[in-house]
Design a protein around this ligand. Structure first.
Ligand code: XLS
Ligand code: NI
Ligand code: NI
Length: 441
């Protein structure tokens, strides 16, 4: 595939192809075969995979105890605009070699923030124009854009929920610019993750005021984007904490309550990240189910946490069992609305070869693809759905239906209980269901 840009960064790595599960080639897909039909859709339609710009091209391995370990060759030019173009060359080369079509970005992943708002806008315009040129003749698109409202010191007390109105105004300007970039690059969706939209101490916080401001901020952003012709979804990405002690977008149920209260449900959906779900004390599949039941499942940030660590380790997904349980929820709810599967995941600090960025994505992509194939088996070739449906079949009887319709009152139910006498036990059959899934793996 022809990609403009003079340099090849990932030398020696050819296009990643589907070779099937017998292949021993570590730089090939064993399960991801984009055009294969599964459950009535192409695999690539079920799974719109996206590369996260920040982790893949920006994460140099810095942690609170050490400096960078990864010397990316696209990071070296002294001019920040040229540096950003080099990074974008690397990104387009990487995404096209993987055979993918999507990436996600924060404004200042694309190019480093300038010293003034004016300087940042100039930089963003340069890289947006470059991005528009690079996209020509490629299938590469933006799954979603967002603004980084958490790294700069001005946001230490929050962005939309900052106690200082002038910081709220600055954050609004940044979101306006990020929406403009997203639209110019034909981005399909726009994300809000509220990293510092929360508090570290209630002693100095007016919670209701801050949450009202957050809602107003989102209304403004949505109204502006719509006025500019943006047709995509807005996503809120819940997370319970980190970097705030308590984030207002704690989990999916909390966000749905917020969206309903502030009349944002027409435009906003949920973007669920695996590691955020587990930090909130939920499973990934629980969060998916809550969003799907509210008709608000918009997108996924695919990664995994670590059983021993209580923070967002953003590892690539490799746990087939977990992703099968997630795909069962997604597929049974008719897929996700507008979004895709964004690898919000990073290689470990000591995974320092450029090839590691390929291995990690290939692993994540194959994990989801394999889980989709297994889900098809579970649904179409086992008793799985029958067992669950049977569990609820008493509600298909005349009286069960009447209860659901609300035409039986408490006295009617009292009479039914008397007529029935003591009841037979009915097994939940969890272990059988677990075995059925494992048999399909
Ligand atoms: C951080 C979040 C962040 C969002 C985008 O934990 O996952 O990366 O996805 O701002
Ligand atoms: Ni995320
Ligand atoms: Ni995260």
């Amino acid at each position: 595939m022809a990609i403009i840009g003079s340099k090849e960064y990932f030398k020696g790595i050819e296009d990643i192809k589907f070779e099937g599960k017998e292949s021993k080639n570590p730089l090939a897909y064993k399960y991801y075969s984009p055009n294969e039909m599964v459950l009535g859709k192409k695999m690539s339609e079920h799974l719109k995979f996206a590369v996260a710009y920040w982790h893949s091209f920006g994460n140099t391995g810095i942690d609170p105890f050490g400096t960078k370990t990864k010397n990316f060759p696209w990071n070296n030019h002294e001019d920040p605009i040229q540096r950003a173009k080099d990074k974008m060359d690397a990104a387009f080369e990487f995404i096209s070699k993987l055979g993918l079509e999507y990436f996600c970005f924060h404004d200042f992943d694309l190019i480093e923030e300038g010293n003034t708002l004016f300087a940042s806008e100039h930089r963003l315009r340069s890289i947006t124009e470059y991005g528009q040129q690079k996209r020509k003749g490629t299938p590469i698109k933006i799954l979603w854009g967002t603004a980084n409202l958490f790294s700069h010191p001005r946001y230490m007390n929050g962005a939309a929920t900052n106690p200082d109105f002038n910081v709220v105004a600055y954050a609004s300007a940044q979101v306006k610019n990020a929406i403009d970039v997203t639209i110019a690059l034909e981005g399909e969706n726009y994300v809000f993750w509220g990293g510092r939209e929360g508090y570290t101490s209630l002693l100095n916080t007016k919670m209701k005021k801050e949450i009202d401001h957050l809602a107003q901020f989102l209304h403004n952003a949505k109204d502006y984007a719509r006025s500019q012709g943006f047709k995509g979804h807005f996503f809120i990405e819940p997370k319970p904490a980190e970097p705030s002690k308590h984030q207002y977008d704690f989990d999916t149920a909390t966000v749905i309550g917020f969206l309903n209260q502030y009349e944002l449900t027409d435009d906003f959906r949920i973007n669920i990240e695996v590691n955020h779900a587990t930090l909130a004390g939920h499973t990934f599949q629980h969060e998916l189910q809550v969003a799907a039941d509210a008709n608000m499942l918009g997108s996924i940030d695919a990664n995994r946490g670590d059983y021993q660590n209580g923070w967002d380790t953003d590892q690539f997904p490799t746990n087939i069992g977990e992703i099968v349980e997630a795909m069962l929820v997604i597929v049974q709810n008719g897929g996700i609305q507008g979004g895709g599967v964004n690898f919000d995941a990073k290689t470990r600090r000591n995974s320092t070869d450029l090839a590691d960025i390929f291995y990690s994505h290939i692993g994540g992509i194959d994990t989801f693809s394999r889980a989709l194939l297994i889900t098809e088996k579970v649904i179409n070739h086992t008793d799985f759905l029958n067992i669950i449906n049977k569990r609820y079949s008493s509600f298909d009887t005349e009286k069960g239906k009447a209860f659901e319709k609300g035409t039986l009152d408490l006295s009617d139910l009292h009479q039914i209980a008397h007529d029935n006498g003591e009841l037979k036990q009915s097994s939940g059959k969890q272990e059988l269901l677990e075995n059925i899934i494992n048999d399909c793996i």
